[in-house]
Write a protein that binds this ligand. Structure first.
Ligand SMILES: [Zn+2]
Length: 184
């Protein structure tokens, strides 16, 4: 697969000024930067700890990606250790998305199975929102554009560099207005 030319202007980031706390991926990236975390690619495990969230990486049923749940007053993120490390990173971003966006909607927690559906980012709702949050957190536009130029649109190379799945990279590319071509 390869990423081809742009077809629209990129999303803007003026939401940074309009949101309080750490309610957006951009704000979390500023938090990460201020705490000297690696950004390219993001040290998402350290970010989870920085947010005061517990992290457990352990084997789960193969269709499960992870969870976030409240245990004795503390939020804990779990990630399926049997999935590819790149997939695990996206799961962490997804669960952070639930933590930031959906704490008031998910009761004691939520368990995630399929992050991606055939339609790309799935049905509207909290799963789609968490996926989009993860994509913006792990593939911020400025960094993503740099990687596209650096690797001349080679999705496999970009996904290796960003430590994410090819699927996550190609969906993000499409959301940013790039065309993705499947090569035979
Ligand atoms: Zn979810």
């Amino acid at each position: 697969m390869a990423i081809l030319k742009r077809k629209k202007i990129a999303e803007n980031t003026k939401e940074i000024d309009q949101l309080d706390g750490f309610s957006s991926p951009d704000k979390l990236l500023i938090l990460a930067k201020n705490n000297n975390l690696e950004l390219k690619p993001l040290d998402v495990e350290s970010l989870i700890r920085l947010l005061g969230i517990g992290l457990r990486i352990h084997p789960m049923d193969e269709q499960k990606s992870g969870y976030i749940k409240l245990e004795e007053g503390r939020w804990v993120i779990g990630v399926n250790s049997l999935q590819h490390p790149n997939r695990q990173r996206f799961t962490m971003g997804h669960e952070i998305g639930h933590f930031i966006l959906h704490k008031d909607q998910i009761g004691d927690g939520i368990e995630d199975t399929l992050l991606f559906r055939a339609s790309g980012f799935g049905e509207p709702g909290i799963e789609k929102e968490a996926n989009e949050f993860a994509a913006k957190l792990l593939m911020p536009e400025f960094y993503f554009k740099q990687e596209i130029e650096r690797f001349q649109g080679d999705i496999k190379a970009i996904s290796r560099s960003m430590k994410l799945s090819s699927m996550a990279v190609s969906i993000r590319a499409q959301h940013l207005g790039y065309k993705v071509k499947n090569e035979i």
